[in-house]
Design a protein around this ligand. Structure first.
Ligand code: NCD
Length: 354
């Protein structure tokens, strides 16, 4: 079953694992839409490639080699939802590989403002670019566009850089890469306890990362949130299906000592159904403050997809377990690895001996 052979209604009605299977051929992505596309084996391979790119990029000769790889390709960054890190790390990743980039960050400056449909806009981008990285407010739009392009004469890949409240697969890849690196000398990600804190209901990074973590052996997850912000049942169903052990709690402090990684998130109040809905919740009991540092295991790490508000005190930043700035930089390396795989240059990089 491939995306090209299915009509839109049939594709849309598939289960998430079946949809994900339609997007991968020969262990390679046709489009990057869902975290569920990645097996454990592919996560390991991407991490290995990202580390190799990081190493090769350190020297002038290595960096020149990398920029020669995709100098004949161009990527369109179509980000109509606010973004700093994801946008910049994708442009950094493209530059590492020598790709040209174009961008639209505001639909009022494009022909969408004149009433052009998003389908037509994306088909236009595909005429000029070899890949479209898109971040949208609308859940499912990247999926729709991938289907549209797969049925056009220029079926260039779509990369989902955040879709609504639902998915943020490339953030999950960089989070996994951060965990792989952090636990390299402690037996890897298997067997670790990951504690998620904050707005788990509307946080797409948490949802995508929880899915990927279910690929690991004996990982346990704790979801710490006030009841209205607890993780969605669809993700819990996925964890149940994978046999992953998890618990839900609203007691943050008690979860700190047992954590190998704590993944903090901000309240996603842009999704409030009425103004001030989130502000009525007192979430200060879910903030990581300096007083919590002694409770944290010496080997544990503190993560955050950023941007942060108050949920991690700035006084915590100096602690070596504060991983969020390195986590952010990892985004550039893993996105470069992803682009290299999409355009089949991964073996060239792995074979580089300079
Ligand atoms: C996240 C997002 O956009 O979902 N940011 C990011 O990509 N690093 C998290 C957030 O906005 O809270």
């Amino acid at each position: 079953m491939t995306l090209t052979s299915l009509d839109w209604e049939t594709f849309q009605a598939l289960s998430l694992p079946d949809k994900a299977a339609c997007l991968v051929e020969d262990r390679r992505d046709l489009h990057v839409l869902f975290a569920q596309q990645y097996t454990r084996e592919r996560l390991d391979a991407l991490g290995e490639l990202a580390s190799k790119i990081r190493l090769v990029a350190k020297t002038k000769a290595g960096s020149d080699f990398l920029t020669s790889l995709l100098s004949h390709k161009r990527a369109m960054l179509y980000f109509t939802q606010p973004s700093t890190r994801t946008f910049l790390s994708f442009s950094g990743a493209c530059q590492i590989l020598g790709m040209g980039i174009g961008d639209v960050r505001d639909s009022t400056t494009s022909s969408e403002f004149k009433g052009e449909s998003q389908e037509d806009s994306v088909r236009t981008f595909s005429s000029y670019f070899d890949c479209i990285v898109m971040r949208t407010q609308e859940q499912g739009l990247a999926e729709r566009m991938a289907w549209v392009l797969s049925h056009s004469e220029r079926p260039v890949p779509i990369v989902n850089a955040g879709s609504g409240k639902d998915q943020h697969p490339t953030q999950a890849l960089l989070d996994i890469y951060t965990l792989q690196r952090s636990f390299e000398k402690q037996g890897g990600v298997d067997g670790k306890r990951i504690v998620f804190v904050g707005d788990l209901k509307r946080g797409r990074t948490v949802r995508s990362l929880a899915s990927l973590l279910a690929r690991y052996r004996d990982v346990r997850m704790t979801f710490v949130a006030p009841d209205p912000l607890q993780i969605g049942q669809d993700i819990l169903d996925e964890l149940d299906a994978a046999g992953t052990v998890y618990e839900r709690t609203d007691c943050f402090e008690a979860s700190i000592p047992e954590a190998d990684a704590i993944y903090m998130t901000r309240v996603q109040d842009e999704w409030d159904r009425e103004k001030g809905e989130s502000a009525r919740l007192d979430i200060s009991a879910f903030w990581f403050l300096e007083k919590h540092l002694p409770l944290l295991k010496p080997t544990a790490i503190l993560m955050h997809p950023l941007p942060r508000r108050n949920e991690i005190a700035t006084g915590v930043d100096h602690d070596p377990r504060a991983m969020y700035w390195r986590q952010m930089r990892n985004g550039m390396w893993i996105r470069a690895a992803l682009m290299a795989c999409l355009f089949r240059r991964d073996q060239d990089i792995l074979g580089y001996a300079g």
